[in-house]
Design a protein around this ligand. Sequence first.
Ligand code: SF4
Length: 399
Amino acid sequence: MLASACPGWICYAEKAHSEMLPFIARTKSPQQIMGTLVKSWIGNQWGKRPDEIYHVSVMPCYDKKLEASRQDFYNEMYSTRDVDCVITTGELELMMREKGWDLSVPVDSEDAPPFTPSSPSHEEQFLPELLSHPGTSSGSYLHSLISAMSRVSDGPTSLSFKTVRTSDYEEYTLRNQETGEVVFKGAKCYGFRNLQNVVRKVGREAGVQVGKGAAGRMAGGIRARLKKNADGEADRGYDYVEVMACPGGCVNGGGQLKPIALASTKTQDEEGYPRNWGENGVQLPGAESGDDPTATMLQGPKWGSKEWTKVVEKSYWHDLPTPPPSPGPQGSSNPKTSIARADRLAAQVKMDLCAPRVTGIPSEWAVPMDVEAESRRRHFFRTEYRAVESEVVGLAVKW
Ligand code: SF4
């Protein structure tokens, strides 16, 4: 199964590799899941219709705007979208600059403890607590699956990982500690080049001719996934691959602030707005003095370098000075408690939105419900993909 969180990857698969679509998870992306939660679940709690809520998301890339505008995420009954407006982090920064806010100045009462009203308003009572999660800053789907598989496995497990070529392609293997059996095997695969490698690998393992669209699926049929390697050990291939289009993942998305060395070469942002990045881009420590060699390292016209990605990743997990406090490397002081609370909340959301007819069944997320409730679950949390046919008709091309 391939991840569905990155619209850059989904667009690419729909346009260039429709033979991969059956292997992509049908789960909505984090942005669109949040759209469902805001418009349908929180909206219900507040007594508001979906068209009475305006939902803005702040995202690391422009592809998220395209995603929010897909037909699947339009509510015909209320003539509204699950996400009404998407702005990138770079655009948010630009808007704040236009308002004259100096981002280097501390916010008033920044160090004060988080505000907890003694008698919360009706709306606030239903706002669930924000819970951080361990794993990657690109949605963390792979990490969540590994953690879930480890919890449901018979007996203790051990996790090993190896880097395949670069840190953008890592393989994770979860084994039963007692038997050595592979319980789960997954990979994190970021950046366009690695993404193409994954497409080829899936094609080989599933017997699909890559690049032939839906026709490719007919060519080889599905080969047995389990094959023996040289040592006779079953090579089970990957159960799940966290595919993301940007090298380094979402921290390096095209809508993020640029490192100053890269930014200074561009006078417009991706949407054509004039930007003086040299003035209001991000200044790497040592960039002016020339002490920091990473300050001048570039990777390409759109993305920052690996060194820059590490700086942003570090800030994301550790270094943000503004409240609410950024999550620690493990997501919270006690990740197990945090995950258990998130699981309970997810189960509550499922029961509220899907309204199972049969009462008394366990509410855990994985427990199936009656047919109508399952159909509501699919409607709220899953999506569809469509192959985009090329508009160039072969016969019409003049050679
Ligand atoms: S990897 Fe890049 S294109 Fe994909 S969701 Fe993240 S920022 Fe957007």
